[in-house]
Design a protein around this ligand. Structure first.
Ligand code: ASP
Ligand code: MG
Length: 410
């Protein structure tokens, strides 16, 4: 008998029919002789709708975060009850538990709380009584009994953390895709499903735009060594196993190619080249809660230099406003330019640590496709470039082919 944690995302429980489908799968898993804890998200769209409602009743100010958590936690509470009912209707025995009832304790940071401890006594007891445990994702409670939520996408974290706490034999993340692909199949039809990927590669792919799971949950899995599988709730295809890297994994130079659209570039020309300039530019951006990706500072001539950085396209106006006083303070010719309509292409793989010439191979592939590279950044396991958004799909296909990732038959 194995102890299995399954997680079903919002699309997988998006309609009554889909909830019944998940209920059947969960029941089959139990009937195959296993104990099952199934974590569910809110039905798709529900969390977004609740946020919208909150804004409608509180147009004058941001809703109080404590109340946001009381509200948002209802999405998952609805799905656990509905799925438990469906399982019971199919002849099974299920009990639903909220995060608090399942012993998930968090800190007090409402809307993005961190799990501090899990006391799974109630979970074990219900499993031992022959129940399927339907566990609400995305939520916990503080030491003083306040409801908290774990940040958007937090049901993934609930599943991984509960799997660690009860030492589950298997953790399966069911979603609406078949697993993690070498690239988005809508862009690169020859993309193939990755059988095994390391935590670090999965994290880099997510930060480069291929978001299959909440990054915090992957970090948590890495920290506690929770091996998990990402697979589809709509079929029985094997998915992608995410785990600690093994020596064999390094033989693949590039595990995947990911793209992130709708990026923008900001350049500040003619800033004085002296201590404190970058600190004040990026300090102002941080103050405005703007997330910056690549940063390039030029070699200076005549005491002046240029700084360019990229950010999400939606944040450009906010960045301009935040930087206006800083640039005015520089005096002289310092001025700001922005460019939207760019995108980022990344190649990711732990094999890069032991293989040379990855960057040059990528640049050659782009050159052969006559694609201009506007910015470059690298990490130990990633090379990323900025290109014109209109060329991102062509870029992805060229690079995917260059690293030998295309499916053999396609
Ligand atoms: N329902 C929450 C959200 O939409 C948590 C989750 O789906 O994982 O972010
Ligand atoms: Mg999700």
């Amino acid at each position: 008998m194995a102890l299995i944690v399954q997680k079903y995302g919002g699309t997988s429980v998006g309609t009554p029919e889909r909830i019944r489908n998940c209920a059947r799968r969960i029941l089959e898993t139990q009937r195959a002789g296993n104990q099952v804890v199934a974590v569910v998200s809110a039905m798709s769209g529900v969390t977004d709708n609740l946020i919208k409602l909150a804004k409608e009743v509180s147009p004058e100010r941001e809703p109080v975060e404590r109340e946001m958590d009381v509200l948002l936690a209802t999405g998952e509470q609805t799905t656990i009850a509905l799925t438990a009912m469906a399982i019971n209707a199919l002849g099974g025995k299920a009990v639903s538990l909220t995060g608090a009832q399942a012993g998930i304790s968090t800190d007090r940071v409402h809307t993005k709380a961190r799990i501090v401890n899990i006391t799974p006594d109630a979970v074990h007891k219900m499993l031992d009584d022959g129940n399927i445990v339907m566990l609400a994702g995305f939520q916990g409670e503080t030491a003083s009994g306040e409801i908290t939520t774990l940040g958007r996408g937090g049901s993934d974290l609930t599943a991984i953390a509960m799997a660690a706490a009860i030492k589950a034999d298997l953790c399966q993340i069911y979603t609406d895709v078949d697993g993690v692909y070498t690239c988005d199949p809508r862009v690169v039809p020859q993309a193939t499903k990755i059988q095994e990927i390391s935590y670090d590669e999965m994290l880099e792919m997510a930060s480069s735009g291929s978001k299959v799971m909440q990054s915090r949950s992957v970090e948590f899995a890495k920290k506690f060594g929770v091996v998990f599988e990402v697979r589809s709730s709509m079929n029985n295809n094997p998915g992608t196993i995410v785990k600690e890297e093994t020596p064999g994994m390094e033989s693949v130079v590039v595990r995947g190619v990911s793209l992130e659209r709708n990026q923008a570039k900001v350049t500040i020309d003619d800033v004085p080249d002296r201590p404190g300039v970058s600190a004040s530019v990026f300090g102002a951006l941080a103050q405005a809660n703007i997330i910056i990706d690549m940063i390039v500072q030029n070699v200076s001539t005549d005491g002046l230099t240029d700084i360019s950085f990229t950010l999400g396209g939606a944040d450009v106006a906010k960045a301009e406003a935040a930087l206006a006083p800083v640039i005015a303070g520089f005096g002289g010719k310092a001025a700001l330019r922005t460019q939207s309509g760019i995108a980022k292409l990344s190649v990711v793989g732990i094999g890069m640590r032991s293989h040379s010439a990855v960057a040059s191979r990528m640049f050659r592939a782009l050159a052969d496709a006559s694609i201009n590279i506007q910015m470059i950044s690298t990490s130990e396991i990633k090379v990323a470039v900025i290109v014109d958004e209109a060329e991102i799909e062509r870029s992805a296909r060229a690079v995917h082919t260059a690293f030998g990732l295309d499916a053999a038959s396609a």
